[in-house]
Design a protein. Structure first.
Length: 85
């Protein structure tokens, strides 16, 4: 499988992920092909503790599956589970 060339992706974090990442927004150049790969890449460089399987993800303001392919310029939002009360 050929290696993807890096692409610029904008990422937004909410709730506890924002606290763990230490910021609400981040722009990265990544070779990650999917949202799942991107999150795993971010876990290697930030203390993000939630497993990808517990997150929702939105790409360009639409909820998508974690295996959705990413395109240059996409805006990705990782959404952790929230508790009501």
């Amino acid at each position: 499988m050929p290696t993807e060339s890096p692409r610029s992706i904008k990422i937004r974090f909410f709730a506890v992920l924002r606290e763990q990442a230490g910021r609400s927004m981040l722009e990265v150049n990544t070779s990650a092909g999917t949202a799942d790969e991107l999150y795993r890449e971010l876990q290697a460089s930030h203390p993000l503790t939630f497993p990808a399987s517990l997150l929702r993800v939105a790409v360009n303001e639409r909820y998508v599956a974690m295996d959705t392919p990413l395109q240059p310029g996409d805006q990705v939002v990782f959404i952790p589970p929230v508790a009501g009360g």
